[in-house]
Design a protein around this ligand. Sequence first.
Ligand code: PAF
Length: 288
Amino acid sequence: MQIITTKQELLQQVEACKTLNKSIGLVPTMGALHEGHASLVRRAVSENDVCFVSVFVNPTQFNNKEDLAKYPRNLKRDAELLSNIGAHYVFAPAPEEMYTAEEMAQTFSFDFAGLDKVMEGKMRPGHFNGVVQVVSRLFYLVQPDRAYFGEKDFQQLAILRYMVERSELAGTFGSLRIFGCPIVREASGLAMSSRNERLSDEEKTTAVNISRILFESQNWAKEKGATVAKVQQRVIDAVNAVDGLEVEYYEIVDQTTLLPTDTFEHAIGCITVYCGPVRLIDNIPYGN
Ligand code: PAF
């Protein structure tokens, strides 16, 4: 496995793959890798001739400086994990390699047809512009045939699909296809996240209640007289009743439009919860 830090070197390797007609899979990450990332990389390795993984804590998607500073970073450990599961190239650039000073100040703005105005987008203004800024740049550089993202960041996945399939950039990325991969959970049910590294043992035990309540809510949705509004409120109340957890939002929305829905068909519940100082997200599907 080769670690690349410059765009020039990356372009050379991509060019070499293209000349040999090799299919390319890309897994964009911000590092601090866990089993969730590993599942994406294993899939990319099995479905493509060559697998590129980017490890880059993208400053333009953080609207909170402290969150950016505290984001866990450990390239040595990440590289070991990636090498063990068969990734071929790791692209780990410095911020200055990815962006000019002007780009870093984030003037970039996309039209996501409202997908970015709800939930995470409402709570973290500009966040999805930053995500699309970095992911579209990675797509231009790596020219992948397939790119893999986790379903834990459900809204991010919906926005990236929109960007590739329907936005003004449609066609720009050739035959690129986006794949969403299921949430990987710890045995306790806690959704795997790089942010879990920041939880104390006690907070980790507390955080398990998030997925427990979400799974329970699938049964609440089947109870006689259950409505979306009632289940939504019941989840919020149940999570807030746990000492140490505070819900930022819980919204049951349509899986495609991300807009509020009054039916459980094709619905997904997306939650953001503060566990102490750590902001955690998770989601759960309802209906089909
Ligand atoms: O999901 C993430 O880790 C990031 O948002 C991504 C897609 C790697 C872009 O920085």
